[in-house]
Design a protein around this ligand. Structure first.
Ligand code: HSE
Length: 392
């Protein structure tokens, strides 16, 4: 086991969480040598003498053998991770946006440099999903992964469904509790879950899918009408990220609100918890559950990556190396609920089949089946329309 000397970038919610978790952990043989932050005037809960504003200090310190990157800015994080790997340092990152955008390049760089780049904390907070996909699900029997990957959205939906709170109040609470991103649109519009899904898919199936090729719809348009529709049928609405094998061995992905019944393992995942259902050829369904956001759950996931580095652990990207990764397709039919106000908005949706159509005094809904590729085609327009789309 190697003695670790850590240089930390970022001292926000997760950085401070890691700081505390590191102090409490008795077994990890690691020294934190410096914490690099950008904003000199920012008020922080923890004061530390290790704070530095010099970005190069950690990178140029030959004694630092692990760079932990927990900063908000994805572009900055990308340059930092690259520079650190090139300087021969192991890297732990929590930046899902950065990883989802540059995964292929970073995998190659890790290979070239022979260093470890670990990021279990980037997807599902405290749930060790990535390492499990790499190590236990290291064969081609996986059929699908269905997850609640964003703690903030799940917290908001819980407050709406169980506490009858309104959307704006619930969102403010998620921000105050430190679950939400600095720009909460990132959470509620489904981007956070989308980036996590890209990362999970790379480890589950070996395919790196560009995030722009995946249909994404968030929970920010939900209203009482949708909640009533769900409750009348004994269902809940969850923000679901899914990757599934199709009949001909390809994979399809989406991030969208989904109406889920009691039988679904994710039905009881509430508050800021995440839950992931892993479905395989012979073992049917398995379920992983845990806190997906917050200082300590995410801090402890970062700690676990740091500890793994002390054993020289690396992701092997087994599905990419030893199998032929499946092709991404959007050619599948999905059962969809669409709530809309204006006929012209409905016209955008190319339903292949219609199951039910309800026309109220102002608000209407329709259920039926749509090709995923046709949803993706109109994805850019949906954000500005008074509609809500959910998967049934
Ligand atoms: N904003 C994220 C969430 C934090 O709510 O899940 C953890 O990635």
């Amino acid at each position: 086991m190697k003695k670790l000397n850590i240089g930390l970038y970022g001292f926000g919610v997760v950085g401070q969480g890691l700081y505390t978790v590191l102090q409490k952990s008795k077994t990890v043989d690691a020294t934190l040598s410096a914490i690099c932050v950008r904003d000199k005037n920012k008020k922080r809960e923890i004061e530390s003498p290790l704070l530095t504003f010099d970005r190069q200090k950690i990178l140029n310190d030959p004694a630092v053998n692990v760079v932990v990157e927990l900063i908000d800015d994805a572009d900055d994080a990308y340059h930092l991770v690259k520079e650190a790997l090139k300087k021969g340092k192991n890297v732990v990152s929590g930046n899902k946006k950065m990883l989802a955008a540059h995964l292929e390049e970073l995998i190659n760089l890790q290979e070239e440099t022979g260093k470890s780049l670990l990021y279990d904390a980037s997807a599902c907070g405290s749930i060790p999903i990535i390492r499990n996909l790499e190590e236990y699900y290291d064969n081609d029997l996986l059929k699908s992964i269905t997850g609640i990957l964003n703690g903030s959205s799940n917290y908001i939906l819980t407050q709406i469904f169980q506490e009858d709170k309104d959307y704006a109040t619930a969102l403010k609470e998620a921000q105050a509790l430190g679950f939400a991103e600095s720009n909460p649109d990132f959470d509620v519009q489904g981007y956070d879950a989308l980036y996590k899904l890209v990362i999970i898919t790379a480890h589950a199936f070996g395919t790196i899918v560009p995030h722009g090729d995946i249909f994404r719809f968030g929970i920010n348009k939900i209203n009482n009408f949708d909640v009533r529709f769900a409750k009348e049928k004994g269902l809940k609405i969850k923000l679901v990220a899914k990757v599934m094998k199709t009949e001909n061995g390809n994979i399809s992905l989406f991030v969208a609100p989904q109406f889920v019944s009691k039988e679904n393992y994710i039905y009881n995942v509430e508050e800021e918890y995440n839950g992931v259902v892993i479905e395989g050829e012979f073992y049917d369904k398995q379920f992983m559950f845990g806190k997906g956001a917050g200082a300590f759950p995410t801090g402890s996931a970062v700690l676990s990556d740091i500890t793994a580095i002390s054993y020289q652990y690396k992701y092997e990207y087994k599905k990419q190396k030893f199998f032929t990764p499946p092709v991404h397709t959007q050619d599948i039919l999905l059962p969809v609920y669409l709530r809309y106000d204006h006929e012209k908005d409905l016209q955008l949706f190319d339903f292949e089949e219609i199951t039910e159509k309800y026309e109220g005094s102002g608000t209407h809904y329709i259920t039926g089946k749509i090709l995923l590729k046709n949803l993706l085609k109109i994805n850019g327009e949906l954000g500005n329309l008074p509609v809500f789309v959910g998967i049934l």
